[in-house]
Every structure is written in C-alpha cells, then in structure tokens.
Design a binder for this molecule. Structure first.
Ligand code: AMP
Length: 409
C-alpha cells in the first residue's frame, strides 16, 4: 500500500516521501483513512509503530482547510505525558508539515514561564502539551481552545498512570464539544475505556497490536548477576561489544543513573545520564548529543522509557528491571526503531527474579538466559522453566536448565 491511497493531500504525501517513508505502517494504514473521515478513534498501538504520523498527518490535512473563525488559539491539541514525547511530537509536526506554514507550539512543565508566554502570544495551529502545564496556562487565560477542532491523547494510559485524570477532564471541559478526538494507548481496557467513554463520541476501536506483540526485530536475553559489582563488570563487557552502536542503560533510580554514568565515564565511554532531576535545558542537550551520535551510552531512568526516538540505538540494557512490566516493553522499544533490528539485555539479580516472571507473563514471551564466559554468576540462580538457556554469540556459554522460579524460591 502507498501513502497516496489513504486520502492525504499531495503536499503531505510529498513531505512523507521526503522523510524517507515508502509505505504506511499498519497503524497508519488503519487510522489515517478513518481519521480523515472525522471519526473519533481509540487506538491501541505500541510506541515505535508509527503512531505519531498516524495522527499528525490527518491533523495536518485538517489544517489545509481554512478555519471559519479568526483567532490565535490552536486548532489541534496533542496531549502527551512527558516532555520527551512532546519534543518528538513537535518534531514530527515540523517534519511532516514542512510544506505548509504550520505553527506548532509546545507547552510543557519545566519550561520558564516568560519564554513560554511569548510563544503562546504569537498564536499557533498545533499545540503539544503536558496536561499540568496546559491547565495552568489555560487558567491564567493564555490559551483559548475555542477554535479547537481535533484533540489527540497520546499515550493516554501513561497520562492516567501519572495522575493526570483530573487535569484531562478539566481541560476537556473547556473545549468545543464539536471536535474530533483521537486516543492512543498501549491498552484499551479498564480505566482507558472509562476515559474514552467520557471524552469520545461513538469511537471506532482500532487494535493494531498489544503488549503481546512479539517484538520480532528485538533480540531479548538476560544475564544473572550476583551483586552490583557483577552487574558493573557485565555492563562493561557488553558495552565493549563492537555491535553496540549506541545503547540506553536503564536504572531504577536517579542516583544509580548518575553513579553508573560516572563509572562508565571513568572507564572511557562517551556517556551521559538522563533523569527527572535534571533541568529541561540539560535534558534537551543530552538528547541532542545522543541524536547526533556524540554519546554512545545514555544511562537513564524510566523518564526516557518513552518518547526517545533515536535510530542509532542498537542496544537497550536493563541494569535494573523496571517495576512495571509495561515499562519493560516501553524500554526495549527504544531500540529496533523504524524497522531496524535491536538487542535488549537485562541484568538480573536474585531479588529481581519475580519481576522477570511478571514481564514474561505480560509479554507472553520467555526471555532466554545467557552466560558470559569469565563472568558467570557464583550465586545459584534458578534457570527458568520456559526454555533452555543459551550461549551468547561468541563469548558466552549456556547454563544447564534448572528449577523454575516458583518451585525454586
Ligand atoms: P512512532 O511510533 O510514532 O514513535 O514512530 C517510530 C519511528 O518510525 C519514527 O522514527 C518514525 O520516523 C518512523 N516512521 C513512522 N512512519 C513510518 C513509515 N511509514 N515508514 C518508515 N518509518 C516510519
């Protein structure tokens, strides 16, 4: 299938071709024609599936028509959970909207108010915002949503997890009822279904894939580690592999992100940390350095688990496993972007065994265990029931299969 069969205008098809896309992804194929019809949609799709273009292209098409009312308020509002995702969405609007004179403004927490207020005064077509700061700016009268025609809730599940439900409802209450609403989320059940019931009108449900998507382009494995020292030695060994183009190493806490980054720096790696204690300027500079290939390793907390879209990331390494199985899926989705292959490796100590089981149940996929020769665990770890452990390519040897986590603990 080609983009020009979806009902998009020629300039938008050209912008998409200039971005190097030859065919729509499955989520784009399903969402774009329905969105162009003006329907409300609730869409389950993974990060990395091309969902941003799936809503941005119809939004840009809407902007090719003149709005009957004059004003400076946005015609399209994209609500996102994090600053990083807002940067990605803003960049997409600029890339795909290059041929049109579309003005996109991003309103996120952490940005100084005077600069943000100036941006808002100039007016906009598309507003990309995190809910808290948007509501704040609406309450001070700086944003008028009277001209709004399309609302997009991107990663709605994450916004609910982050406690934005009340803010979302307060924002939506001040919008024109005659708008189109597109909701994107990893899952569509429970709280998301309730939110959709309240905010969407007779939505079409589009389910592209779920957390059970096989991530076939991402090779997953895990290494057992006895303690932090062992994790550090494994990490050093893994990062020295020439196959690592760029890697994101995920840690559980901001403190350990800093500690691990410092340790890797002392070992000569081009590395930086990224976490929520850093100010927005520092976070942006770090992401730009990663994007430009000046950093080989980024050590990050889950703040980076969504929204980072850097094609050079060949490896994701979980120095600590995430507490939520869902975050595992988001973390590994930082590699294997846009059809490339990627590798996701987890370093697992005895306390994290239960998390492995939770993740495997969530993804319905076993994660094979591998051992690096010379860095074998000394503590007895129980091999998993789901599959034999394997030899890491070239350097590792498999361990005999042992008892299951459940029976072994
Ligand atoms: P997303 O799921 O929106 O975060 O997109 C993931 C990545 O896929 C981004 O780097 C996009 O630039 C890329 N992408 C989006 N649509 C296409 C397409 N039709 N063909 C190739 N790459 C795409």
């Amino acid at each position: 299938m080609k983009f020009d069969t979806l009902g998009l205008s020629a300039p938008i098809c050209q912008a998409v071709a200039a971005a190097g896309y030859t065919a729509p992804t499955p989520v784009q194929e399903r969402v774009i024609p329905e969105a162009l019809e003006g329907r409300d949609l609730m869409v389950s799709s993974q990060t990395g599936s091309g969902k941003t273009a799936a809503f941005m292209l119809p939004a840009l098409q809407l902007l090719t028509e003149t709005h009957p009312a004059h004003g400076r308020g946005p015609r399209v509002l994209v609500l996102v959970p994090t600053r990083e995702l807002s940067m990605q969405v803003t960049k997409a609007a600029e890339t795909y909207g290059r041929a049109q004179r579309v003005r996109t403004v991003s309103v996120v927490g952490g940005m100084p108010y005077p600069a943000q207020n100036r941006l808002l005064q100039a007016g906009m077509d598309i507003l990309v915002a995190t809910p808290g700061r948007l509501l704040d700016q609406m309450q001070s009268g700086r944003i008028d949503l009277a001209r709004l025609q399309m609302l997009v809730l991107d990663e709605a599940d994450r916004m609910l997890d982050m406690g934005f439900k009340d803010d979302l409802e307060a924002i939506v209450a001040r919008m024109p009822a005659a708008r189109q609403t597109l909701l994107f989320s990893a899952t569509l059940d429970g709280n998301i279904a309730r939110l959709a019931g309240a905010l969407l009108r007779d939505p079409e449900r589009i389910e592209i894939d779920s957390h059970r998507t096989k991530h076939e382009n991402i090779a997953q494995r895990l290494h057992f580690a006895d303690d932090l020292g062992h994790k550090n030695r494994l990490l050093d060994h893994l990062l020295r592999d020439a196959a690592v183009n760029q890697a994101i190493v995920f840690t559980a806490t901001k403190r350990s992100a800093d500690d691990v980054a410092l340790d890797l720096h002392s070992k000569g790696f081009a590395v930086a940390a990224l976490h929520g204690d850093m100010n927005q300027g520092a976070r942006t500079r770090t992401l730009q350095a990663l994007q430009r290939g000046r950093l080989r390793v980024l050590v990050a907390t889950d703040v980076a688990a969504r929204g980072i879209d850097v094609h050079g990331i060949s490896h994701v390494i979980n120095y600590d496993l995430p507490r939520q199985a869902e975050d595992y899926v988001h973390r590994i989705g930082r590699t294997g972007r846009a059809g490339r292959n990627g590798t996701a490796i987890s370093l697992v100590n005895a306390r994290e065994h239960a998390q492995v089981r939770t993740i495997e149940r969530f993804t319905a996929q076993p994660i094979p265990v591998e051992v690096v020769e010379g860095l074998e665990p000394k503590v007895r770890h129980f091999a998993k029931p789901s599959g034999p452990s394997r030899r890491a390519p070239g350097k590792s040897r498999g361990r005999p299969q042992g008892r299951s986590f459940r029976s072994g603990r």
